[in-house]
Design a protein around this ligand. Structure first.
Ligand SMILES: Cc1ncc(COP(=O)(O)O)c(C=O)c1O
Length: 386
């Protein structure tokens, strides 16, 4: 789905010829420029490029001070990485239903808030914006921090603001399956200085005090963290990808709108919280019954179209999050947050049918992936065939 080509090849060439592949040195500054360009484009104060989206979520949670004794609310429909990131910082995920938009249900989010809730992670899954107005309002009321998981929605927006920049912090993924990509990669954005400083220290703890002047102006004390540092080749590729982002989104949205307009007399679609800001990567058909959804899949398959029901997407569905469902938070039991004394009595009574509404909605939905490069003839054919 993504676009990549000559510009990225030139960017990689530039880095290799400079012989400066390390992020922190006097000359090669691709990562630094990427962070500056991301901040400018998304209108956010701080940005940190790192090795993955999960790395960005973990760094964001650490920046928020999340740890043992804390509950973090996550939607029942998201990639397992969202939930595992919570356990990786010593806290426990609390699983909440999604609503008819397939994003976090604000009502169930509020219902699941307890005196232990420290943060919520609304996930803009498949490029669908979560209802950030309601989520932020509820979070503020209960003093809960908001970390947006925009890993599947690089560049999307809600009510004119880029996804990831509405809550206290936001995370992006640039892995192979995303709107823009460098094979692997991620970024954290925030306007919160304290959160940024902690994430900066955490994500590069073994080098931050040694290389360059990264600690200049940092007042948070150093602590031991992990190593999620990126590199100049990734930074250079992402600078080119960022230039392409709005063009890709424009074409995805145009193609999605075309198909929805043509097909809306025959089909229903998943409700959108903001169709203008939706990334347009996915056309989500919604059916009254599971049988109708399967019949549509068979029909589309006979016409040669690949479809997916989100219920069949493995580790995107909470009931398939084996290590969470079985409460194995680490290999060494002493590191396992599910066994921590501080986490006893928290909402970790997981079972496969705990979010029945989510399972039902996912089973009644069928996706077709949208290609930004489909031309009018291709779109016309799809709408005629279906
Ligand atoms: C919703 C969601 N969150 C987090 C991640 C983690 O991103 P990464 O693979 O870059 O660690 C992914 C990756 O697929 C994702 O889809």
């Amino acid at each position: 789905m993504y676009r990549i080509g000559e510009e990225e090849i030139q960017a990689v060439r530039r880095v290799i010829e400079s012989r400066r592949l390390f992020k922190i040195n006097d000359g090669g500054q691709e990562c630094m420029h990427f962070e500056e360009e991301l901040k400018a484009k998304f209108n956010t104060k701080y940005a940190l490029l790192m090795t993955s989206g999960k790395a960005a979520i973990m760094s964001g949670l650490i920046g928020m001070g999340v740890g043992p004794g804390d509950e973090v609310i996550v939607p029942a429909y998201t990639y397992i990485a969202t939930a595992i990131a919570v356990t990786a910082v010593g806290a426990v995920p609390v699983i909440a239903e999604v609503d008819e938009s397939l994003t976090l249900c604000p009502k169930d989010f509020e219902r699941k808030i307890s005196s232990h809730t420290k943060a919520v992670i609304p996930v803009h899954i498949m490029g669908f914006p979560s209802d950030m107005t309601k989520i932020v309002e509820i979070a503020k009321k209960h003093n809960v921090m908001v970390l947006e998981d925009a890993c599947q929605s690089d560049g999307g927006s809600f009510m004119g603001k880029r996804l990831g920049t509405i809550g206290d912090a936001g995370s992006y993924s640039f892995n192979y399956f995303k709107v823009i990509t460098s094979g692997e990669g991620g970024a954290l954005v925030t306007d919160n200085r304290e959160l940024y400083e902690r994430a900066l220290i955490y994500h590069d703890s073994s080098a931050i005090a040694y290389f360059g002047n990264q600690l200049e102006g940092i007042t948070e004390p150093q602590f031991c963290g992990v190593e999620f540092r990126s590199n100049e080749i990734t930074g250079a590729i992402l600078r080119e990808q960022l230039k392409r982002l709005d063009g890709i989104l424009f074409d995805l949205r145009k193609n999605k709108k075309y198909l929805m307009d043509k097909l809306s007399d025959r089909y229903n679609f998943i409700r959108s919280n903001d169709i203008e800001g939706d990334c347009g990567t996915t056309l989500p058909f919604f059916f009254d019954t599971i049988d109708d959804a399967i019949a549509f899949q068979n029909f589309a398959g006979e016409k040669g179209y690949g479809t997916t029901r989100p219920i069949d997407t493995g580790k995107h569905v909470y009931s398939n999050w084996t290590p969470i469902m079985e409460k194995r938070g680490a290999f060494n039991p002493k590191f396992d947050p599910f066994k921590f004394e501080e986490n006893q009595g928290l909402q970790t009574d997981y079972h496969p049918d705990m979010c029945k509404k989510t399972l039902d909605l996912l089973a009644r939905t069928v996706y077709i992936s949208i290609d930004p490069d489909w031309n009018e003839a291709a779109l016309e054919k799809i709408s005629a065939d279906l």
